[in-house]
Design a protein around this ligand. Structure first.
Ligand SMILES: Cc1ncc(COP(=O)(O)O)c(C=O)c1O
Length: 377
């Protein structure tokens, strides 16, 4: 394997939020000071303003802010009264929260293997996982690409199941022209800083089509109180705070530009990886992919990761262990080999830097480092 000359070495982190802040610093600083001056830290016009803007952006009548993407999933499940005795079907290949929240409300996660091209739940395997105890499906839009919502929604309708979209990685992604979070009963979004729309801390939001359901999850996020100090429900404290909302409103104005730049970066990588011994991300023509992650796959993934680290390139593995093999879920009785596509993906996927502020020179450098490895192995 040829070593890169030290002179040519660049630093390309997986994500560079300092570059993003530099781009929008004065608007961000103004928004922060507007909240500090107002001293309205909980609720108020920043939070309701963001909720209206996100509802419009996602094409849903309602959006309800909360403390994280995890809480958005948890509150969605609680809003739909999913609990002990219920089964919830979801993908075997996602962040732990997609299934951890199902267990957290006392229900049983039932895993379905993925389509190896998109890494999303394989809709053809969904129906076989449904039993008389199934109450809902959590469909995850992994890496920023919507899963097959037409097929999944048809199965949910046929079996009268609720559909929750885990759109934590997919704000602005579309399935056949419909935005992520607008097809299911509820959508759950994360504002974790690494997302396309990221806060300066934790945050999340739920989208809802039905007014009564929106009202229920709104109550659940604030101890179920209505009016204040009168509790017909037990909920929790999971509010999105005004500082985060103000920051997110500034960033929302740039979101489409950023997501388009990510897609442009992806197109350049695709071109530079033409003919390379690796699998490039597959884009389903029915989706708008927002490239929260650009994920390649190859059998020698771990060696490539080390090769890139040695050359100053940050990468990440989303995710090294499929959900059905997580230690916590061992009592569910899944075994290695049960979800072969998810297990192979966990061994082979690698996310490369894709953030909007990357320069063409950086992308060419990362691609050259990757090819330096794949062309010689
Ligand atoms: C698919 C998915 N679901 C849920 C979450 C949870 O979001 P949060 O980290 O905001 O709690 C994440 C966050 O990384 C995620 O990627």
């Amino acid at each position: 394997m040829s070593a890169m000359p030290v002179k040519a070495m660049m630093q390309v982190p997986l994500l560079d939020l300092k570059a993003q802040y530099a781009d929008i610093k004065s608007d961000m600083d103004q928004a922060i000071h507007r909240v500090l001056d107002s001293a309205r830290f909980i609720g108020g016009p920043e939070v309701s303003g963001l909720e209206e803007e996100i509802a419009r952006y996602c094409g849903t009548p309602h959006a309800i802010g909360c403390a994280s993407g995890t809480d958005a999933l948890l509150l969605a499940l609680r809003g739909l009264e999913v609990g002990p005795g219920d089964e919830v079907v979801t993908t075997a290949f996602s962040f732990f929260a997609s299934a951890g929240t199902i267990a957290n409300v006392g229900a049983r996660p039932v895993f379905v293997d993925i389509d190896p091209r998109t890494y999303n739940l394989d809709p053809h395997r969904l129906e076989a996982a449904i039993t008389p105890l199934t109450k809902a499906v959590v469909a995850v839009h992994l890496y920023g690409q919507c899963c097959d919502l037409t097929a999944i929604k048809a199965v949910c309708d046929k079996h009268q199941l609720f559909l929750i979209e885990d759109a934590a990685q997919a704000i602005g992604s579309e399935w056949e022209g419909r935005r992520a979070g607008s097809v299911g009963d509820l959508g759950a979004f994360s504002f974790f800083p690494s997302k396309n729309l990221g806060a300066a801390g934790d945050g999340g939001i739920m989208t809802a089509r039905d007014a009564a359901l929106a009202e229920r999850v709104r109550l659940l996020r604030e101890h179920g109180a209505k009016p204040k100090y009168y509790h017909a429900l037990v909920g929790t404290n999971s509010r999105l705070d005004a500082l985060q909302a103000a920051i997110l409103r500034v960033k929302l104005r740039h979101l489409d530009r950023w997501s388009e730049k990510r897609a442009k970066n992806a197109a350049l990588y695709d071109q530079l990886f033409e003919g390379a011994k690796l699998t490039r991300p597959y884009r389903d023509a029915r989706t708008r992919h927002i490239y929260n992650q650009y994920v390649i796959r190859l059998p020698q993934r771990d060696a490539l990761r080390q090769h890139l680290a040695d050359r100053g390139v940050g990468t990440e593995i989303y995710y090294p262990v499929p959900l059905h093999l997580q230690q916590y879920f061992a009592p569910l009785g899944y075994r290695e080999g049960d979800m072969p596509q998810s297990e192979a993906a966990a061994r082979e996927v690698l996310a490369l830097p894709i953030y909007p502020e990357l320069t063409e020179e950086q992308i060419r450098y990362v691609a050259a480092c990757v090819r330096d490895f794949t062309d010689l192995t």
